[in-house]
Design a protein around this ligand. Structure first.
Ligand code: ZN
Length: 100
């Protein structure tokens, strides 16, 4: 599994370097909108349908206060509007970086 070697906020982007030397830069606004937590992305109902909720993003919601490694496979991001339930797996982050 890929290890995260380094993480830093540079301007309005989160820069990540992984153990295989891949470097990615993710705009903070895009990261917040892509927050994978249930409150942001919705949970499937009994029939498996996912209704996407309207994301509540506060005034400082695109400001990243800090991040914490989770179990060696993910980052938990702490946003300045108090939102911090999103656990971004390294895999997910790398896929986000491939989006146009
Ligand atoms: Zn969220």
């Amino acid at each position: 599994m890929t290890r995260l070697e380094h993480a830093a906020v540079i301007g309005s982007e989160l820069a990540l370097r992984f153990g295989d030397d891949e470097e990615i830069y993710l705009p903070l606004e895009m990261l917040r909108r892509a927050c994978p937590c249930a409150a942001c992305q919705g949970e499937p109902d009994a029939l498996g349908r996912v209704l996407r909720p309207v994301q509540k993003i506060g005034a400082r919601g695109y400001e990243l206060l800090r991040y914490e490694a989770v179990g060696g496979y993910a980052l938990q991001l702490f946003w300045a509007d108090g939102h911090s339930t999103g656990i971004y797996t390294f895999d997910y982050l790398r896929r986000l970086a491939l989006l146009p």
